[in-house]
Each structure stands twice: as structure tokens, then as C-alpha cells.
Design a binder for this molecule. Sequence first.
Ligand code: SF4
Ligand code: SF4
Length: 432
Amino acid sequence: MKIYSFPRGGLPYDDPTAPGKTEAVNAYLPALSVISLGKKKKSAYPIVSVGEAVREGMLIGRAQGAGSANVHATVPGRILKKISWTDRDGVESDAYVIRMEGAFERLGRKEEVLIWSSLNGYDLQRIISDYGITKMENSETPLSEMISASRLEEKLTLVVRCVFDDPWLVADYALCRDRLHAVIEGAAIVAKACFKVLQIIFAVSHHEKDLGELLLSEAKNFETPASLVLTGCRYPQRNNRELELALRSYEKKEGLNLGSFLILGPAVLAAAYDAIKHKKPILDRYVAVGGSAVRRPQIMKVRIGTRIGEVIEQCGGFIDPPEKIVIGSPLSGREVLYLDEPVGKSCYAIVAMTKSQVAVHGQQNCINCGECRAVCPVGLDPQIIYKRLRSAEIENAEITGCQGCGCCKIVCPSALPLFETILEKDREEVSA
Ligand code: SF4
Ligand code: SF4
């Protein structure tokens, strides 16, 4: 079977401090959980008060406006207080702190099962919206908004992204293995909700071919036609841009017209399945926990709202003091400033790094090796852009098109903050 990839740049990426492909360990339920209402401007409107009792899965924040999703309590308990914090990029978030008490209504109980074949696309979208289902990687865009936007397309292909080009995606790999059926049925549900889906493509890294074949054989039970496309594993193959390039070359080779792509990861599809079949909001996230500062890296199934410090404790705590903790991949993730920050819906990895992992050596002058240019999948010359930014030569309103993949950062022998500098400038231009 042919393997499809993007034409230039990228690199193989491995990290021995990431957990291996083992089964997920259930994390303890948190005595105190911190349920984020979302980032300011996109936060949900709080509908419960301090002191009030809440049930597991109860709505506690109502979506208000574009980009905002409903928020649910993930444990039964009592609201202790409302807190706010500011992240590294200066973005403020609000949250409720819940002390766990009372009975669980879902955990350990037989689940309600809804037959969804008689529901139409609008009903499915409404339920997905009610249960606050969001994209569960990098951003928390509401899935119902993505479904609405996809209906504007003439032709649409739903792409199930099972591309593991980064060892920190291992939690999504474990989720695919544990919840294969939920991922496939979730895809069938979203395809129906979008109306115009011609087919479902399972885009799977070629070294996980057996997983791809399992997905495809189960998908035969659903109405929407499905196919399997094996992709390369060179980082950043899973980025939307690089995945689209690979799929367009498949489309050309097969003489197809796939229309536009709606690309979704396995976690959000399993969450859509839970919302529709079991009337359940997102209660847990599979998370890869590791990094050189963590004693026992492992994949954990963590209740949303558990504090990061508590999750690391369950991995044996720190071997050495962490220099930096990141949510997501070390290449493109967000730095965490407080161990009390909670695991949210989009947290697929927690990486705690010692000083030696953060900086193998200090910053030095550029030696003009050209490595950064060679790996950039967009065809940029990060070295030149960085130098021009440093000397303020770049005109305002000039957006570079940098995807933030971090390839240039990995290869730079002088440890220069190439993509951080470029992305910061692009962000300033967008917000100007
Ligand atoms: S310049 Fe941007 S797109 Fe190019 S390698 Fe660096 S981070 Fe990736
Ligand atoms: S990889 Fe680093 S040292 Fe090499 S050309 Fe690019 S910026 Fe300069």
C-alpha cells in the first residue's frame, strides 16, 4: 500500500522520556478538582454559585458566543470557590474549585444507550453542543461550530487523524486501541451531522497499519463509505497543512474529488460517541505523562479537572526539580506556570523537563548551517526571518506563514529561539 506524505522538510522525532505504548492507568479521582470555564472572551457563563452542590456531569457553565462551549462538573461535590489565573501568554482563565462529595451517578453504573439512527443531523449537532464537546488537541473549538462550518462546503471528506509523528501523542494511540469502536461510531455520527460527507478517510501512520486495518474493517458496518490512507511518520505529518498535502496527493493518484476536509482526532470522536450514545459530557482525557523530571512516565486516564501536580504525584513525583512543564508536545505545547492548573479537555500530554532536557547547551551565534531551512515544511528560511526580526527589518503586517511546528527549533545547533520569535511576531500582526 502506498504511503502518502508532504513534499519537503520535517524530520523524524523521538523522545526517550515519553511513555511507551502501554495501556492507560486509571488516575485517582481528585478530592479537589478545578473545572475551567474557559479562557476569557470565550469562557462559559457560570450558572452555579459558591456553596452549591453539583452532580457528576451537571451543567455548571453555559456557552456564550462563538468559540465557547458548555462546561460540566466531572465529579459530584460542592463548589468551594471561583478562581482565576493568567497563563504564560497573559491569557486569563476562570474556574470553579469543587470538593468531591456525594454519590457518582455514572461511574460504575450501567450506561444508558441511545439509538441514534433515527435522529437527524441537527438533532445530533444539538446534543453534541449540549454536552460541550470540543476539539481535544491544542485548542478547544466547539465541535458543533466545526460541524456548522462544514455544512457550507459543497463536498466534504471526514478525516480521522490517527497520525503519530510525535511520541507525545501516545495517549491518543492508547485511546484508539481501548476505544476503537467509539472512535469509529463517533466518526459515523459526525459524518451524519455534517450532511455532505462523501466518505470517511482513516489517515493512519504507516507503522500503525494494523490499527488502520482494524478501523477500516469495523467502519464497514456504517453507512458512510470509508477508506484507509497510510501516511508518513515524519514530523509534522499530523499538522492539518501537512496532512492535507498528503491527502491531496492520494486524491490525485486515485483520481478522486474529495472536496474539503474536516480533520478530527480520535479523542473528539470518542467524546461525540459518548455524548450521543450515553448522554455524557467529556469526563476524562487520556494523557501521556513524562519528561526527564518525572520518575515513572506513563499513560493515564485522568478525570478532567485533576490538578497537574496530582497527576505527576501518581507517576512517582519528580526525580529532579523541573525547569519547565509543558501541556502538549515539548515542540509546540504551552508552558504551565502552576502545578495547580487542571487537566483540561485538550491536554493530551504533560511533560516535566529538567534543566538538561530544556537546554542541551546555551544559545550561541548562528553558524549558518542551513539545517533550519532544510527542515521547514513551509519552505521558510527561519534563520533569515529571525535575523531580520532581531534587527527590526521586517515590515509590519508581514505574516510569515509559520505553522509553529518547531522543526527548526529541534535542529538548530545554536539553540536559537527561532520559531518562538517568529510566531510571536505573527500573533502580534494578527491581533493588530
Ligand atoms: S519556521 Fe515555523 S513552519 Fe518553519 S520549521 Fe520553524 S516552526 Fe516550523
Ligand atoms: S539551524 Fe540555527 S545555526 Fe543553523 S542556520 Fe538555522 S539558525 Fe543558524
